[in-house]
Design a protein around this ligand. Sequence first.
Ligand SMILES: Cc1ncc(COP(=O)(O)O)c(C=O)c1O
Length: 457
Amino acid sequence: MITEQELAELSFADAPKIITDGVPGPKAAELLAEAPEFESMTRGGGGFPLVFDVGKGVTVKDPDGNLYIDVSAGVGVSSVGRSHPRVIEAIKRQSQILTHASDISNTRRGELAKKIASIAPPGLRNNCISYFTQSGSGALECAIKFARRVTGRNQILAFHGAYHGVWAASNAITTGDQYRRGYGPFMGGVIHAPYPYAYRFPLPLGDKSCEEVCGDYVDYLLNTPYTAADDVAAVIVEPVQGEGGYVPPAPEFFLKVKAACEKHGALFVADEVQAGTGRTGKMWSIEHSGVEPDLITFGKGMGGDLPMAGVIMRKDLAQQLDDMSQPQTFAANAVSSAVTMTNIDVIQEGELVTRAAQLGKEVLDRVQAASENLPIIGEARGRGLMIGIELVKDRETREPADGDMMMKVVMGLLANGIIMVPCGRNGNVLRLMPSLTITRDYMNKAVDILLDVLGTV
Ligand SMILES: Cc1ncc(COP(=O)(O)O)c(C=O)c1O
């Protein structure tokens, strides 16, 4: 396994270090103030009070010279940290040979498809075909099209709290008021079922687990007359819900959903865009459940510094699709493909997946223990280095922390040089999702500061 010393060399030393009187500093503040004049603030980080200037490993400098530890990794994108020396080398090497071939076969994309087949989860491993896109949203668009084409069916079942992207079909299965309000009508044929989010489940569970209830409900929907879910092509599910609040259900839910899919004849699609690429302590987060998915969507951490996303399909399904029916000009750019293969090598050679499981458990144990004396923590949960800390106003009633409290936490962290971004249906879940290359020392420093800040809010 890669050593702590080797990992430390990938980032700036001495982080965090804030040298301005408060953040954002003057230069960043000026850039943030003028940005809305030139660029749409509809983008995800539009309102976040930080400007990146230099990124190295898990550390980031802003234009004022402040140095941060980034515990968000750009929402899980920088799986091996920013500008990893081997990634820079791969970019240099590949850009001197071939940059892009515009959907024509190129040597790198061919190698990447083979490599992905070798690391795919059981059921798909060396029995799958990849289709490449440039973003997670694009991957979900295509997964929906492919599932419909293969099954000859129309409906898609997704879950409350789901985030699958913001294009057309992907937006139709995404939940969340800010992504939907005023943008409809959306693609028809979409059904949303409850996700096993036990901390905020709206119905009584009796003596069953949330996973059992939600899994049984999917079976009821798909396999009972008069539910109107009679033409379902695919069930699309995040094995750990991301934007919906970092919710990691137990395997039982996925086993029940898979069984319900098989009975109905629907495909099981695991959306691994956020939880994949080793983050949860397995290469693919669905592997924790033992379920063999029919399709996987991937993105974010696979490409890391360069865009790479796509769909991994079981071979017998992929072979039913028509050749040249899904052209994409910028998919599987040769440089992005070379970088993606390098990321996979760095993850495998450094045993970063095993390390994510170990370090993630240490962090979660620590936060859970600290929560005894921090009533603002309603629940800390997670899998590997995908940890959510749900903040509340009142632990008894579970009333979510409001926008003011979350702003105090996020700004308190930034003022101390720690980058963490919230998520969740009420915007009250802090997510810890650093690059898999974060040192124990930096991770512990970030948690020290987090616990201090939470103690003051
Ligand atoms: C689970 C999941 N699916 C799909 C997407 C969309 O990916 P992208 O932002 O690359 O379009 C995201 C993005 O956060 C995601 O978390």
